[in-house]
Design a protein around this ligand. Sequence first.
Ligand code: A2P
Length: 340
Amino acid sequence: MSEKKFNVAVAGATGAVGNQMITCLEERKFPVKSIRFLASSRSFGQKLDYMGDSVAVEELTESSFKGVDIALFSAGGGTSERFAPFAAKDGCVVIDNSSAWRMDPEVPLVVPEVNPHAVAQYTGKGIIANPNCSTIQMVVPLYPLHKKCGIKRIVVSTYQAVSGTGKKAIDELNYQTRAILNFKDCENKVYPHTIAFNCLPHIDVFLENGYTKEEMKMVFETRKILEDDTIGVTATTVRVPVFLGHSESINIETIEHISADQVRSLLEKAPGVKVVDDPENNIYPLAIDAAGQDLTLVGRIREDESIANGINMWVAADNIRKGAATNAVQIAEILAKEYL
Ligand code: A2P
């Protein structure tokens, strides 16, 4: 029997994540019958490659989704909010990378290694949300630990690459680095401060409670994906002058005791995880090793000696691949295989 194929659209195809979504569809041999690339009117007529064919970018409109089965969206929250309902009305299932729909109770928020069953809830609004990049790479290794010994509290600090902000931020780090090395003044257009040779404890907007929206995304999304509202989560999210690959320092307090060795052997068997933990030989997860592949690297695994049941670890992943595009295409694979 021949494999069922799907009409697919990528909204935001010219962006950093949209581009990677196209590559992931190709690499993973997603069963595509037809493909449409959508972006703003600025990109109209631009050509992008798909499996050796040149495909013209079309302007995203309310009627772009007629006859489309699955749309991968990564064109910003406002665009998703506006256009995803039109796609759903035309019978297309949207997998949305923005934060617009993530906390909607009728929209599942899915990390395939953690809660693939939640894809079934796509029927609510015809939308499935792809979580925040930092949340995805945190829950992939924490889920097996939560199942085994119960996580009471998570304290996380992130070191996030500029590619998470999109193409303009990649260009800004490039330009500022060159300018500073050439003793020239540089402008800050994307971030409120210079990102080159700096760290900014500020990702997304500040909220009334003093946290940033990015930090609170990590709190709420983690609970939704792990399906446990009792977990305490506190986050500090920091933008660092790295092009690709987010790193995180994660501290967990568990209900039952677990040793560092037990964590290591549990994570060695965990889907989507690679344990990279040989400090004596200077081997631990690095953003530059995480970049360009799909596994979440975990290392520096050690017991937190300040509490009875605590574990520390350092985690790195490719924020554009597993943190966005790969996760979205993995969701599309579940949808295609089990539901459409
Ligand atoms: P465009 O390239 O035409 O501006 P990034 O996050 O890398 O900056 O990419 C954002 C993506 O979202 C781009 O593909 C961009 O298209 C697209 N986009 C931004 N605003 C809109 C919009 N109003 N309608 C459609 N696509 C949009």
